[in-house]
Design a protein around this ligand. Structure first.
Ligand SMILES: Cc1ncc(COP(=O)(O)O)c(C=O)c1O
Length: 426
């Protein structure tokens, strides 16, 4: 019988045998010992499974990755050193110089930068589309060299909700996989693979860790995209990798395993952005209570959003759980149990009012972070998104006076009392 996601949060990924440690062991070792070169050779040829060097793979990471694959309903997963590395690997695993990506414009500033600046320098072009674009408009963004489509389930910090089914339908019509960054809702509140996404990524730094303890990322493969059916479009997966013993990943590992095996054998080998086993252990502690924490984050987010909506000094509140929110209908479809604890709102009086308000908050700290047990807030225009022009800010749905508040696990009445006194100060 398929277990509930609640049980998977606690138990999936690691099943100790008789007499083995109850908690996942931290394999704090860079390397692994073998009796013969032949034994090790089989690992290098990917003929046997096992470990040889932690830059590519480590057992602690694999326990945790297997848990996240189970949570998302994927066939394989890998942990990366950060969410940035996860999104970079997810795209770069199927794109190369000369490729093109279609991405929602409403995404995290760091990912926007990664795609529009760094990938561009590597010869990968991008067309940004509105998350509200019609099917026709989405279709028009595709080119012959488009190899990936990208969006965020709930965008940071604009809190737009991605119409995953629509994006997946258009991507698939062009024989391209849809990559969805599912950081904000986590698989507890939304599983994009069930709606047609092919690859799911996370900054595990956020709710999955949930305690502001360890930076990390994860990539999950749905195992559904048929690379071989579009052989000419994805040569990295469908033709021999001469840098890795001539292996053709899609042939040897099938739809279920090719993507993550290639990302491990090739990208981790060459770029080495692996999560430390120590961080993977901390991440797993967070995952064990993810299903208990997410409903409280949602409860607090909803209460704070409803309070802010009644305040005369607040110009606008974005929270998909609000009936008045532009994305409420999509939230009801994709996030029936709520989305996350992050609320974005605009204060009358712009940047100056936002700065004064945040300075006067006592419980909520100013941090470049979200999705922590402790409530925190940020003015994106002067911090995370300061590299964007005003036009790009507008396209990403961010105004200068926008405050992004990540509601933690405190009592909602204390959070509201803190907001009340800070609003009075402006
Ligand atoms: C939605 C989303 N994706 C990716 C990232 C990048 O993750 P990291 O900071 O772990 O590199 C973030 C960071 O805030 C994020 O919010």
């Amino acid at each position: 019988m398929e277990q509930s996601i609640n049980t998977k949060c606690v138990q999936a990924g690691y099943t100790p045998k008789n007499g083995e440690p109850r908690q996942i062991p931290i394999i704090q070792s860079t390397t692994f010992k073998y009796d013969t070169s032949e034994d090790m050779g089989k690992l290098f040829d990917l003929e046997a499974s096992g470990y040889f060097y932690t830059r590519l793979q480590n057992p602690t990471n694999d326990y945790v990755a297997a848990k996240i694959a189970a949570l998302e309903g994927g066939t394989a997963a890998m942990l990366t050193s950060s969410g940035q590395a996860a999104n970079f690997f997810a795209i770069f695993n199927i794109c190369e110089c000369g490729s093109h990506v279609v991405a929602s414009s409403s995404i995290y500033g760091g990912t926007f930068n990664l795609i529009s600046v760094t990938l561009k320098k590597m010869g990968i072009d991008v067309t940004f589309v509105s998350p509200d674009a019609s099917e026709e408009e989405l279709n028009a963004a595709f080119r012959d060299n488009t190899r990936a489509m990208f969006g965020e389930t709930i965008a940071n910090p604009a809190l737009t909700v991605l119409d995953i089914e629509k994006f997946a339908k258009v991507a698939h019509a062009h024989n391209v996989p849809l990559i969805v960054d599912n950081t904000f809702p986590t698989p507890v509140n939304c599983r994009p693979i069930e709606w047609g996404a092919d690859i799911v990524t996370h900054s595990t730094t956020k709710y999955m860790d949930g305690h502001g303890a360890a930076v990390g990322g994860v990539i999950v493969d749905s195992g559904k995209f048929d690379w071989m059916a579009h052989k000419d479009m994805y040569p990295g997966l469908t033709t021999p990798d001469e840098s890795y013993h001539g292996i053709t990943y899609a042939e040897r590992f099938g739809k279920e395993g090719a993507f993550i095996t290639k990302a491990t054998a090739q990208l981790m080998r060459d770029l080495g952005c692996i999560q430390s086993p120590q961080n993977a252990f901390l991440l797993n502690l967070g995952l064990e209570s993810l299903h208990v924490r997410m409903p409280r984050h949602v409860e607090n987010g909803q209460a704070v959003a409803e309070f802010l909506e009644t305040q005369s000094k607040v110009a606008k509140v974005s929270y998909p759980g609000l009936k008045s929110d532009k994305y409420h209908a999509l939230a009801e479809k994709y996030l029936p149990n709520g989305g996350c604890g992050v609320v974005s709102f605009e204060l009358k009086g712009g940047r100056t009012a936002a700065e004064k308000f945040m300075k006067n908050l006592k419980l909520a700290a100013i941090e470049t972070h979200v999705a922590d047990a402790r409530t925190c807030c940020l003015n994106p225009a002067t911090s995370t998104h300061r590299q964007l022009t005003d036009e790009q800010l507008e396209a990403a749905g961010i105004s200068a006076g926008l405050v992004r508040m990540s509601c933690g696990l405190e009592d909602k009445n204390d959070l509201i009392a803190d907001l009340k006194q800070a609003l009075e100060s402006i």
